[in-house]
Design a protein around this ligand. Structure first.
Ligand code: HAM
Length: 423
């Protein structure tokens, strides 16, 4: 069926002002907290070359294989709306030689991502992520520090969740494990779903991600990657867990957790919430040493995460959900056309002075304007009628205690300034 022009494309939605207030609150909290951990914001383009994602995320992943919004531009170049932002941030890090700065580079981003996924509760085709990337070190303490930051962030938002961790090994140990997995899976082909039969050949790790019911007993019997780590990966994982423990952070090791993107090495993690339903992952992240090299950049270590803002806002408790509470400092009520012209000019002056001012263009009677002023919970009403116009003095009424004054414009501005000083 053809979609109506008056509805958003499937998997997308409008955020109306009340909802935007909740988003802005969450984004402001994140910006303030991340700054305390010395993260700085980066903004990369909404679209990038298709090749960046194909190489970065991996051609055998669901994201690259099935979910990207890809198009040719006027010059025939293949571009893709970003399905995630780690590859673009690593691209920017290499492009601008950010590694030349002192120490590690700590970046965060907030913005929309695009994936053509099946619609489901908590799953959108345009969704927003708040993410961070730490580039330039493979110290396991960075991983614990970043995880501590998000958990603290979620705690301040009163969101209950659980940390799941794993190590997915490295280019030394993982190929052996993948061979073993393929070997084990080849004995179980009749019990695998069609997708897993394909995955078994192309990318057996992805089988561990499979959600199909009938595959679960097979997956439960497979060897785990944590039993097949090389010495370096094992030690890295032990140190990482040690730092989590030192910070008093509870975690659960989930050997099946391999994440849906190919760039991960060693530490991988997710933060999940039971309250989200089947799409229970609120945060996903991990280490991606080597991604820069895959993209043709210099050697660079990296670790980061992204958090789904759509899902986060779903979990925000009511007491932390701000409403759009715009209350004008001054409501200008007028009577007649000449008074309207004066009110129109005064509103501008007051706004430039820093006062929120409301003027109703088709105001109707004075009575109906005053009713609206009350409904908007204006702090003051400035009444401009014929008499006021002639005298150049306007009646200012404070709505909370009904006190009123006759002021010319300069007196009004002085009064408002003195009110601000008292606050
Ligand atoms: P990801 O696990 O694909 O990781 O996505 C991270 C989070 O984005 C998910 O946990 C979820 O909350 C949200 N998300 C993903 N897809 C959707 C969707 N269709 N609708 C709503 N929310 C969604 C990444 O994107 C990696 N770049 C994370 C990362 C950063 N790894 C290292 N650095």
């Amino acid at each position: 069926m053809e979609e109506s022009l008056l509805s958003t494309p499937s998997g997308t939605r409008d955020l109306l002002p009340d909802e935007v207030a909740r988003w802005q609150f969450v984004e402001k909290e994140a910006r303030q907290l991340f700054a305390r951990y010395s993260f700085r914001e980066i903004r990369t383009p909404i679209f990038e070359s298709t090749e960046l994602f194909a190489r970065g995320i991996g051609v055998d992943t669901d994201i690259v294989g099935k979910e990207m919004y890809t198009f040719l531009d006027q010059s025939g170049k293949s571009l893709t709306l970003r399905p995630e932002n780690t590859a673009p941030v690593v691209r920017a890090y290499a492009q601008h030689a950010m590694y030349r700065g002192a120490g590690v580079t700590k970046l965060f981003y907030i913005g929309p991502m695009f994936r053509h996924e099946k619609k489901q509760k908590g799953r959108w085709r345009q969704f927003s992520q708040i993410g961070v990337e730490v580039l330039g070190s493979d110290h396991p303490a960075i991983e614990a520090e970043v995880i501590e930051m998000i958990l603290y962030f979620l705690e301040t938002l009163k969101i209950r969740c659980q940390l799941l961790v794993n190590s997915v090994g490295c280019n030394q140990c993982r190929p052996h494990y993948v061979d073993l997995l393929r070997h084990e899976l080849s004995k179980q082909i009749p019990r695998l779903c069609e997708d897993c039969r394909r995955r078994m050949e192309a990318n057996p790790l992805r089988v561990l991600d499979c959600k199909v019911e009938s595959c679960q007993p097979v997956i439960d019997q497979l060897p785990t990657i944590t039993d097949h780590l090389c010495e370096e990966c094992r030690s890295h994982f032990d140190r990482f867990k040690g730092y989590l423990e030192a910070l008093g952070i509870p975690y659960r090791i989930v050997p099946r957790l391999v994440r849906g993107l190919d760039y991960y090495v060693r530490t991988a993690f997710e933060i999940v919430s039971d309250e989200l339903g089947s799409q229970n992952a609120l945060v996903g992240g991990g280490r991606y040493d080597g991604l820069s090299e895959i993209l043709g950049g210099p050697p660079a270590k990296g670790f980061g995460f992204a958090m789904g803002v759509d899902r986060l806002v779903m979990l925000l408790p009511e007491e932390l959900s701000p409403r759009w509470t715009w209350k004008p400092d001054i409501f200008l009520a007028y009577l007649g056309e000449a008074a309207f012209d004066r009110a129109f000019a005064i509103a501008r002056t007051l706004r430039h002075d820093g006062w929120s001012s409301h003027l109703e263009f088709d105001g109707g009677s004075l009575k109906s304007q005053l009713r609206l002023a009350n409904r908007l919970q204006a702090r003051h009403v400035l009444i401009i009628g014929e008499e006021e116009l002639a005298k150049g003095k306007y009646q200012l009424k404070r709505l909370d205690d009904s006190r009123q004054w006759d002021f010319n414009l300069d007196e009004l501005r002085d009064y408002l300034k003195s009110q601000a000083a008292q606050q």
